[in-house]
Design a protein around this ligand. Structure first.
Ligand SMILES: CC(C)(COP(=O)(O)OP(=O)(O)OC[C@H]1O[C@@H](n2cnc3c(N)ncnc32)[C@H](O)[C@@H]1OP(=O)(O)O)[C@@H](O)C(=O)NCCC(=O)NCCS
Length: 142
């Protein structure tokens, strides 16, 4: 099935303004994450997935560390439930498989647990608070 968006992997250097626009809208303005927690200084060390609409607007993103940890998975509200989040995570999982990672893990916001289940992630441990939001660790063996 074709989607009204494309997802590509970008460096922070190349994608910064567009990646920032999505995360500011979703995490800082919508979810109330403090800006100093959102901008944790770790983005330059990550690969980033960026979803663009066919008209070129940035609609979603996510990041992956070299150790297989993913995070900051986000889709603008008006673009949700159209599989953009799935395409972003799949792009990161493709990268992980291509680089022989043995597993990928995420600190999932608890509301997003069913989203990560759809890829086969399994939760473990206790719910914990981060940036004022409940999270749980989830892992996908590759
Ligand atoms: C979580 C998020 C990235 C999902 O993006 P999306 O593009 O809407 O997701 P998809 O359309 O690819 O959804 C795929 C599946 O995940 C599940 N899912 C997605 N969002 C869900 C939600 N909020 N609650 C429960 N299940 C959800 C559904 O099973 C869905 O399948 P369906 O469409 O057949 O029902 C998006 O809701 C978002 O940006 N939320 C705010 C930021 C956030 O909380 N990010 C997660 C940080 S850990």
């Amino acid at each position: 099935m074709s989607h009204p968006f494309t997802v590509s992997l970008v460096s922070w250097h190349d994608g910064e303004p567009l990646l920032k626009s999505i995360r500011e809208a979703v995490f800082i303005r919508e979810q109330g994450v403090p800006a100093d927690l959102e901008w944790d200084g770790l983005d330059e060390s990550c690969r980033h997935a960026l979803a663009l609409s066919h008209s070129g607007d940035a609609i979603g993103c996510g990041r992956m560390f070299a150790n297989g940890h993913i995070g900051r998975i986000s889709v603008l509200p008006q673009w949700r439930k159209q599989k953009a989040g799935t395409a972003i995570v799949e792009a990161l999982l493709d990268y992980a498989r291509a680089h022989d990672y043995i597993q990928v893990d995420v600190d999932a916001q608890t509301h997003a647990v069913p989203f990560y289940h759809s890829f086969g992630f399994v939760e473990h441990g206790e719910v914990f608070m981060d940036a004022g939001l409940p999270h749980i660790k989830m892992t996908l063996k590759l």
